[in-house]
Design a protein around this ligand. Structure first.
Ligand SMILES: [Zn+2]
Length: 469
């Protein structure tokens, strides 16, 4: 019933949305990095419509708004500009600064983020940056190779994304929350000098453009080569993109043109790229997709949860929700957050015994309590108590000033691991105590048991409230 209501909501949103994409359907942009008029728009018949005055290395189109992001080389820093769908300049979207060279861009519609790859083998900075939809930097990525250069980027349907490493070859996979998932199995031996990536929607196959091997088509896991497309022996392939009929468009820097291959891999047309050194290709969305409604995530994954423990106000004015899991289990941020405070020795947070078993409550062992500051979709801030867990190294670094105080914790990010919790001096019951404090401040103690004050029922809160994206 809930899913049905949700679907109806999505449909009604779709029906009431402006018809973006109807006028731009089949249109695409090509970035040409050695041209001062380097951003070219083509229609669905591959006719050049216009160029824009940007020397553009990478280009990506927001699937939600139709706005365009381009990477523009500067001196020394590359900037990312945001343009409207008619290619008018709106603002500087992001500028990480320093001697960097941003190459390709990709929107991740599942995470509502933007991924930008960097030529860090020859320049400064990480392999890639991840920005939220407004251009705030939320993560940096360093692919685990000796030379960190990343060039291609492609996003899977579920929000996992791939980075292609050009110098130390291989394809590296990351989760929607930018956690490293691993290297795709055989890619270090199957492909070399990667210059672009794309994923075919119907099969999940990975198309890899390379400097010397043409285009190598791998299965979705990157384990086997399905075919190679050489384009009559031409080299210098860079960005790849599929149109809605799964024809493959290839930026060919060797002759400054775009090659089009049908789904079987036959070359069907080629046309000038509208500039010099075509680099990345991006299609306008075929229809406006409503943004996903953000939801809170459970602080303990379903796979790790052993038992839903004591709830709010039960059995004895308990001021949070308990989640039982093994000692050492990862605890995740319920939504995007910053660190508010950490208290390593709170009475009762390392162990305790209820009144019925210990009338004097003499067994009270100190333990850790972490507070994070979160935000609701309406802009309201609130604080969350994550009790009985040891904070992650990143949080310790933030608390110690080794990382900036405002460093963002992304939704689902591991914030710590469950610490021991000793029940009545004998039994070990490791669990997370999650307390939701509705004010924009750390609650005055007591925190575990007591009167309600601004604490609220975490389960009802997580189900009924929406986090800020
Ligand atoms: Zn508790």
């Amino acid at each position: 019933m809930k899913a049905k209501a949700c679907l109806f909501f999505l449909f009604s949103l779709l029906l009431s949305s402006p018809l973006l994409g109807q006028t731009k359907r089949g249109h695409f942009l090509v970035s040409n990095r050695s041209s001062s008029n380097g951003l070219a728009e083509f229609d669905q018949n591959t006719s050049l419509l216009k160029t824009a005055a940007f020397q553009a290395q990478g280009v990506s189109i927001n699937p939600l708004s139709g706005n365009v992001l381009v990477t523009v080389p500067g001196n020394p820093s590359t900037e990312i500009f945001e343009l409207d769908e008619n290619l008018n300049f709106l603002r500087v979207f992001a500028n990480p600064g320093g001697n960097i060279n941003i190459l390709h861009l990709a929107h991740n519609p599942v995470a509502n983020t933007v991924i930008a790859t960097n030529h860090c083998g020859l320049y400064a900075g990480p392999s890639a940056w991840v920005f939220d939809s407004t251009g705030n930097q939320i993560a940096t990525i360093n692919v685990p190779t000796t030379t960190c250069t990343a060039l291609g980027v492609a996003v899977r349907d579920d929000g996992r994304y791939l980075l292609g490493a050009r110098l130390d070859t291989g394809i590296f996979e990351y989760g929607p929350t930018n956690n490293f998932l691993g290297i795709l199995r055989n890619t270090q031996s199957l492909v070399s000098r990667i210059t672009g990536l794309a994923i075919q929607k119907s099969t999940g196959n990975i198309y890899v453009s390379t400097e010397f091997q043409g285009i190598v088509v791998l299965d979705s896991g990157g384990t086997t080569v399905i075919k190679t497309i050489t384009g009559n022996g031409l080299n210098g392939f860079h960005g790849l993109a599929f149109d809605e009929n799964e024809n493959l468009y290839v930026a060919n820097t060797a002759s400054n043109n775009i090659l089009v291959f049908d789904p079987a891999g036959n070359l069907v047309s080629s046309f000038p790229s509208g500039g010099i050194e075509p680099f990345q290709i991006a299609f306008f969305p075929t229809g406006l997709v409503p943004p996903p409604t953000p939801q809170f995530v459970s602080p303990i994954s379903v796979a790790d949860l052993k038992k839903v423990g004591a709830g709010f106000f039960a059995p004895d004015s308990h001021l949070g929700q308990d989640y039982w899991a093994d000692k050492g289990t990862s605890v995740r941020a319920i939504s995007r957050a910053t660190v508010a405070g950490f208290f390593p020795n709170v009475a009762g947070f390392g162990g305790w015994c209820p009144t019925s078993k210990d009338p004097n409550r003499s067994f009270v062992r100190p333990g850790p309590a972490l507070w994070l500051r979160h935000q609701l979709s309406d802009g309201t801030f609130f604080h969350v108590l994550y009790g009985h867990m040891q904070p992650s190294q990143k949080i310790l670094d933030i608390l110690a000033g080794r990382l900036p105080r405002g460093t963002v914790i992304t939704q689902g990010e591991m914030v710590g691991t469950l610490a021991p919790f000793i029940y009545c001096g004998t039994t070990s019951i490791p669990h997370l105590h999650l307390g939701i404090w509705l004010q924009d401040a750390i609650a005055p103690s007591p925190w575990g048991y007591g009167t309600k004050r601004s604490f609220t029922d975490p389960i009802a809160f997580l189900l009924n409230q929406k986090p800020a994206p």
